[in-house]
Design a protein around this ligand. Structure first.
Ligand code: C5P
Ligand code: MG
Length: 212
């Protein structure tokens, strides 16, 4: 049971810019002092729309870099529930089948909630849920190299499918929807999860919020 409303910190930026690493590093380094009742991470990816009704071959062609691919209303609603001290049932997404699994995970409210994903600033109601907005600004060529390696190793993709998707949707949507959303950010972090000073600054701010 929380006595104060949670502080919700959004971390956005291009695919493979280092958002997940940035969030995970803050989480891991604060975990010894805050514990699992003190801090949690929610991924926007979990809120990709379910596509069970669509054949797999068609799902592979979905534009996953457009705001319409996400159920942002559900994410906004669940963040609101957390601020009302309620536990949520967060969806679980599978990158290999391009849809949600039948599982959900329970996430209880914590004083600090980190939310990370590519299009967090694209929806006004969602954007308004955040107490702090961080944009990870990593050069796109660095992101692409990371994305190729990651998608082959972790998401079961071929080099051909990665480059085709990159040209068709990932890159154009970045310029159309992600890069312009930088203007909503309170803080812009270069180099993503490897920016030590930025990690220390955000950790210090979180400690200050917790001790207030
Ligand atoms: O972790 P990251 O921010 O890179 O995850 C978002 C990316 O996942 C998007 O750029 C999107 O192209 C990709 N994606 C995908 N297949 C899906 C869902 C998302 O390649 N089924
Ligand atoms: Mg990620």
């Amino acid at each position: 049971m929380l006595t104060n409303k949670p502080t919700i910190i959004a971390i956005t930026g291009a695919s493979a810019s280092g958002k997940s690493l940035f969030a995970q590093t803050i989480y891991d380094e604060l975990f010894p002092e805050l514990g699992e009742n003190g801090i949690s991470i929610i991924k926007e990816d979990a809120y990709y729309k379910a596509q069970d009704h669509i054949p797999l071959a068609i799902r592979e062609q979905t534009n996953y870099d457009h705001p319409d691919a996400f159920e942002h209303e559900l994410l906004t609603e669940q963040l609101h529930q957390l601020t009302e001290n309620k536990t949520i049932k967060s969806p679980v997404y599978c990158y290999k089948t391009h849809t949600r699994t039948t599982n959900t995970i329970d996430i209880a409210p914590t004083p600090i909630i980190l939310v990370e994903g590519i299009l967090l600033f694209s929806n006004k109601a969602l954007r308004d849920s955040f107490n702090m907005k961080i944009y990870i600004d990593t050069p796109l060529d660095i992101c692409l190299i990371r994305r190729i390696k990651r998608d082959m190793v972790e998401r079961g993709r071929s080099l051909d499918s990665i480059t085709q998707q990159y040209e068709k949707t990932v890159r154009p949507m970045y310029y159309q929807h992600i890069e312009p959303s930088k203007s909503w950010a309170d803080i812009i972090v270069t180099r993503g999860g490897k920016n030590r000073m930025a990690i220390e600054v955000i950790k210090a701010k979180i400690r200050q919020l917790i001790n207030k």
